[in-house]
Design a protein. Structure first.
Length: 106
């Protein structure tokens, strides 16, 4: 019976840490850059685009170049956000006996 109570307590602690981590991630911002920093995209921890900066010199260029750079900067920011989220999740779940490849939260 003590093992079950210990597991329940550990699960509650994990839930609290998970909520704290999710709150921290939601408040986080990341920047993605492309074109040697000529396009910068800022994303929130929830993946919402919060900012877009385009160097003035690109305005006179072909619009398709600018569009490609915006997409590249967004993808860069999204990749950084996913990396940070996964790194924080690994810290939180370290030591848990999860099967290989299983993502947490489910």
């Amino acid at each position: 019976m003590k093992d079950i109570m210990g597991m329940m307590k550990a699960a509650q602690e994990m839930q609290g840490r998970m909520q704290d981590m999710q709150s921290q991630i939601a408040q986080m911002t990341v920047e993605g850059r492309s074109g040697a920093g000529m396009v910068v995209v800022t994303l929130s921890g929830k993946g919402e685009m919060k900012g877009l900066k385009i160097d003035k010199s690109l305005v006179s260029d072909d619009i398709s170049v600018v569009e490609d750079l915006i997409i590249a900067a967004h993808n860069d920011a999204k990749g950084k956000l996913e990396y940070e989220t996964n790194a924080r999740m690994q810290e939180l779940t370290a030591g848990l006996p999860l099967p290989p490849g299983m993502k947490f939260p489910f």
